[in-house]
Design a protein around this ligand. Structure first.
Ligand SMILES: Cc1cc2nc3c(=O)[nH]c(=O)nc-3n(C[C@H](O)[C@H](O)[C@H](O)COP(=O)(O)O)c2cc1C
Length: 303
């Protein structure tokens, strides 16, 4: 990878929290920044777990906190909190596809309402000492919604725009709208980062060849599946074991919840982690009901 090509880790709510990020950056260096799962306001207050996740003293990796784009008031509250914690760059989520969020004009749901985005950006661009990047889909219902949104980016002058070329209604699967993505590249001069279905360095190289205009890539599920995605020479059993034990130990020592909560978190990770693991070993991990059984199953899985 050349230095002027940026590599970002995408956020996966419930998986790439600070414990995953700290362990990942310790064992598999080379990520320019980790975007955190989004912070949001619920009933007027910022969710505590989200705040803990971005607490600077608890984070050893370079992170960009993400906030959910919602009403100007809620979004501003989140942005100011991040600034108070010492961050000068924030990722604005215009991509979350989940209906309870999107149908309330938040995340990707906001892409259908350029007027609301304009009001939001006008409110945010006044905040001193904060830069914004944007993480978006092409639309919520239709893959051409971005066309009305992208001219508004000049209001906020984002440091970069990450585009996942699906619409919100598709959730996380289905065809990528690469023609629209290609058109988008010609319609803006902002820095564009590609995100979606990156599983290997070959995928990255193909994207760079086909779209020399992109400034970098962001990987989510592919990076959780293969933490050594961007540094294949470090892809050894020892490193995977080290990564897992860092993650496991930090989880056990910092999780307020009991054994079941820790197990639920670890099983969520294994939903994506090392998919080519022996099926029997994976099944044993998914079935276990104690940390002792979990450790036995993981010892088998990681050899
Ligand atoms: C379980 C899960 C949680 C996610 N949470 C977030 C989130 O908090 N913020 C965000 O911008 N995207 C979130 N995403 C979307 C990913 O960051 C990414 O854009 C998407 O998975 C496509 O990229 P990938 O194919 O590299 O995974 C989430 C995706 C999944 C599967």
């Amino acid at each position: 990878m050349t230095k002027n090509f940026l590599i970002y880790a995408a956020p996966l709510q419930g998986i790439t929290g600070r414990i995953w990020r700290n362990a990942h950056s310790a064992v598999f260096p080379g990520i320019d920044a980790y975007i955190t799962p989004f912070l949001r306001v619920e009933h007027g207050t910022i969710r505590k777990n989200g705040l803990k996740d971005i607490t600077p003293e608890l984070n050893s990796a370079t992170i960009i906190p993400q906030i959910l784009a919602a009403s100007p008031g809620d979004t501003l509250q989140l942005a100011l909190k991040c600034r108070e914690l010492g961050y000068n760059e924030i990722s604005l989520n215009l991509g979350c596809p989940h209906p309870p969020i999107a149908l309330h004009h938040k995340g990707s749901g906001l892409l259908q309402y350029p007027n609301e985005i304009k009001l939001l950006f006008e409110r945010l661009c006044d905040v001193e000492g904060l830069k914004f990047s944007i993480k978006m889909r092409l639309g919520y219902v239709s893959a051409d919604e971005w066309r009305h949104v992208i001219p508004l980016f000049d209001i906020i002058n984002p440091s970069f725009v990450t585009v996942h070329p699906r619409v919100g209604r598709q959730l996380y699967s289905g065809d990528l709208h690469m023609k629209e993505f290609e058109l988008l590249l010609t319609q803006t001069s902002h820095k564009i980062i590609y995100n979606g279905d990156i599983r290997s360095l070959d995928d990255v190289n193909r994207l760079r060849e086909r779209y020399p205009r992109i400034s970098g890539v962001m990987a989510g599920r592919g990076l959780v599946a293969n933490p050594a995605l961007f540094c294949p020479t470090l892809s050894t059993r020892d490193n995977l074991r080290r990564f897992h034990s860092l993650l496991y130990n930090e989880l056990v020592s910092s999780m307020e919840g009991g054994e079941h909560q820790i197990l639920a978190h670890l099983k969520e990770l294994w939903h994506y982690f090392l998919p080519s693991t022996d099926r029997k070993a994976l099944k044993a991990i998914k079935k276990c009901n104690s940390l002792q059984k979990y450790n036995e199953a993981v010892n088998t899985a990681l050899g």
